[in-house]
Write a protein that binds this ligand. Structure first.
Ligand SMILES: [Zn+2]
Length: 335
């Protein structure tokens, strides 16, 4: 994935590949700012995101929220080993009551959301769409490894807030996350064409000396009046890292004409940033006629019989909307 662009000189100090001056969509770009002990990943999503979202014709606010969840999943899941799987789910009492993003390493993405159209209002942000409930992240590293699940309460905040809460409590790694989703209209012969785009960045402070990574204490909660909470001064390098990622605008994260390398250079050039080989992403469901047939056979005979309508059994995949049709006999329904 080297760039044909002639305007970037390759020098001996250049990292392991030529920086791309041309924006590359549907990829995660790992990077490092060694002088500040920072590591991170930058996701840019174009056609793959558009494919997942337009399959369902979601109202714009729902598409945007699911897009944010997809970006967050790629930032967290792309560090998984070979055949690992990362699943992000929310279950909440807001207009979007359930959403799921399923990432299968190294590159497959699928997702869907359930929502109540009657409860959608203008101006609802991601936090209002979700409401209260929880976010679960499940990591499955293959048959021989144990499954891990992390849970975060959602209390009206957005997915960036939830990610920060997760890293503070579970991983205890100083982490900042930025997520952005936008709709792009481009002129064409048949009128303007709509496309979804998204971008996101994860930045972590990973110093060799663990005491440098100490973070301010959690809110003392029900500590008695007058209790003194520890005031931990954050490390200067992490203060600088947070202030740099804080300057990233949504429009920069989704700009189709700004390459990931240029964005990283813009942010970190004074400190020196090294970019590693990108990991590409694609929208692909893992459903199949065989898998659906196997699922039907696992149902109780009575439940199978109730699925017969007009002498057939029709199952629609919630992820990709593929329709699988079976005769009652194929579905294992007895006469
Ligand atoms: Zn499917």
């Amino acid at each position: 994935m080297t760039s044909p662009s002639p305007d970037i000189k390759i020098t001996p100090e250049t990292p392991i590949r030529a920086p791309s001056a041309v924006p590359v969509d549907d990829a995660v770009l790992p990077f490092e700012v060694a002088s500040l002990d920072l590591r991170g990943r930058l996701t840019r999503l174009g056609p793959a995101l558009d494919e997942v979202l337009t399959r369902h014709d979601y109202p714009a606010p729902v598409g945007k929220l699911l897009g944010e969840a997809i970006v967050l999943t790629t930032l967290l899941g792309s560090s998984l080993k070979f055949d690992g799987r990362f699943i992000l789910q929310t279950q909440t009492d807001g207009p979007v009551s359930f959403l799921i993003v399923d990432f299968q390493a190294p590159d497959r993405l699928r997702a869907y959301a359930r929502f109540d159209a009657k409860r959608l209002r203008d101006g609802q942000d991601s936090g209002a769409l979700l409401g209260h409930g929880h976010l679960a992240m499940t990591i499955d590293q293959g048959a021989d490894m144990s499954r891990y699940q992390g849970l975060v309460a959602l209390e009206g905040g957005n997915l960036e807030d939830a990610a920060h809460e997760y890293f503070l409590r579970s991983e205890q790694i100083p982490t900042r996350v930025r997520l952005a989703v936008g709709e792009e209209w481009r002129g064409g012969g048949d009128g303007p064409k709509h496309r979804w785009r998204a971008g996101g960045m994860l930045l972590q402070f990973l110093p060799k000396a663990p005491e440098r990574a100490r973070q301010a204490d959690l809110h003392p909660g029900d500590a008695p009046d007058g209790a003194v909470t520890h005031a931990v001064a954050e490390d200067d390098a992490w203060v600088e890292g947070q202030s740099l990622i804080g300057t990233v605008e949504d429009v920069e994260l989704i700009d189709p004409d700004l390459s990931g390398e240029r964005l990283l250079y813009r942010l970190f050039h004074e400190r020196g940033v090294r970019v590693f080989a990108p990991q590409t992403l694609r929208a692909q469901c893992s459903c199949s006629r065989e898998a659906v047939s196997g699922m039907l056979k696992s149902f109780a005979p009575k439940d199978r019989a109730e699925m017969v309508k007009d002498d057939k059994v029709v199952v629609t995949c919630e992820f990709c909307s593929s329709v699988y049709q079976f005769t009652p006999h194929e579905a294992g329904v007895e006469e």
